[in-house]
Write a protein that binds this ligand. Structure first.
Ligand code: ATP
Length: 295
C-alpha cells in the first residue's frame, strides 16, 4: 500500500528530520507511528499526502510513485483519506456541507455522508454551523472527512487530540471495524501509547531521523529479560539458532517470545545453559518506547 524509500529531509534552518528513512505498510495493516514532539511524524504524513515534497527519496502508493514536483498525476491520492494536524474546518459551514464539499472535490459519490456522520456520532448536529462545535466535535468531523470518500488507505495524524474517553473508544472501534470488515489500511500517529497498543497491528518509532523500531505490535507477547553478564557466546549462538528476536540495552538482554512455542523453546534453551536467573514478563509498548528512545 505504501512504500517510502531513502527519504531525506532537512528543514530550511538545517535540522535533519529524515535521514534515509524507509517504511513499508502492507494492505490491511494498522501502522501506529510513535515519536517525540518534533520527531517528524506530521512532516512524514505531509510528504505521503503530497502537501510537502521530499528533497531526496521516493514515495510509492499502491505501487505508483508520487511525483517530486507535486502537481502531476495525483489521482492516486483519491484513494487516500487524511487528517493531518488540525482538521481544516470552516466555521460557517455545517458538518454535512463539509462532507459534501469533499465528495465534490474528490468527485466521489456522496451516498456515504449519512452513515459517516452516524459513525462519528455527529448526526444530531450535522446541520449546525461548525462554529458552534466543541474541539472534540471538530476532531470527529475531521475523522469523518478522512473517511467519507471511502478511501482504502487512511492517514490519521493525532486523531485522538481533544477527544473525551467515550469518543476515543468510538474512534478506536471505527478504526478496528473498518480494518477488519473492509481491509482498510491505516497509518496513525499518536502520543497515547495505550491506544496504539490496542489498535495497531504494526508499530514504528521515529527517532533522530529514522525508524528505530519497525515491526509488529508486540502487545500480548511475552519477553524474557536476562542480565548481560549471564549471556555467554554459546548462549547467544543458541538464541540466534532458535531465530529469536533479541535486543541488548542497559546491561540487559531482552528476548521477544512471539508465541507459546517460542517461550517454551527459550526456557528449555536457558535451562540447557543452566541459567535460571531470567524474568518473563508481558510486552508493553511504554517499556518498548522508552527502551528505544531513551538509549
Ligand atoms: N513549516 C516549518 N518550517 C520549519 N520547520 C518546521 C516546519 N514544520 C515543522 N518543522 C520542524 O520539523 C520538525 C518536525 O516537525 P513535525 O511537526 O513533523 O513533528 P511531529 O513529530 O509531528 O511533532 P508533534 O508530536 O509535536 O506533533 C520539527 O523540528 C519542527 O520544528
Amino acid at each position: 500500500m505504501l512504500e517510502v524509500k531513502n527519504l531525506k529531509f532537512t528543514t530550511k534552518s538545517g535540522k535533519l528530520i529524515f535521514d534515509n528513512l524507509n517504511l513499508k505498510i502492507n494492505q490491511g495493516e494498522i501502522f501506529g507511528l510513535l515519536g517525540s514532539n518534533g520527531s517528524g511524524k506530521t512532516t512524514l504524513f505531509k510528504q505521503i499526502f503530497g502537501i510537502s515534497q521530499p528533497q531526496e527519496g521516493e514515495i510509492f502508493i499502491k505501487g505508483q510513485q508520487l511525483s517530486r514536483k507535486g502537481n502531476e498525476d495525483r489521482t492516486i491520492l483519491k484513494h487516500l483519506g487524511s487528517l493531518i494536524e488540525t482538521p481544516s474546518i470552516y466555521d460557517y459551514l455545517t458538518a454535512r456541507q463539509h462532507l459534501k464539499m469533499l465528495c465534490n472535490i474528490y468527485e466521489t459519490d456522496d451516498v456515504h455522508i449519512v452513515s459517516t456522520l452516524e459513525l462519528v456520532n455527529l448526526t444530531s448536529v450535522a446541520d449546525q454551523k461548525t462554529k458552534t462545535y466543541s474541539l472534540g466535535m471538530k476532531q470527529r468531523l475531521g475523522i469523518a472527512m478522512a473517511l467519507v470518500t471511502q478511501p482504502d488507505f487512511v492517514l490519521l495524524d493525532e486523531p485522538l487530540n481533544g477527544l473525551d474517553p467515550e469518543a476515543i473508544l468510538c474512534i478506536r472501534n471505527i478504526i478496528t471495524d473498518l480494518n477488519k470488515n473492509f481491509n482498510i489500511t491505516f497509518l496513525i500517529s499518536s502520543h497515547i501509547l495505550s491506544e496504539i497498543e490496542l489498535t495497531a497491528t504494526h508499530i514504528g518509532i521515529l527517532h533522530k531521523g529514522n525508524l528505530i523500531y519497525n515491526d509488529i505490535n508486540p502487545f500480548g507477547q511475552m519477553e524474557c529479560l536476562i542480565n548481560n553478564e549471564l549471556i555467554t557466546k554459546d548462549l547467544e549462538n543458541d538464541i540466534i539458532k532458535l531465530g529469536l528476536k533479541y535486543f541488548s540495552q542497559n546491561n540487559q538482554t531482552i528476548i521477544y517470545l512471539v508465541d507459546e512455542k517460542g517461550k517454551q523453546d527459550t526456557i528449555a534453551m536457558l535451562l540447557k545453559h543452566t541459567l535460571s536467573e531470567y524474568k518473563v514478563t508481558p510486552c508493553n509498548i511504554e517499556h518498548l518506547y522508552k527502551r528505544y528512545t531513551l538509549s
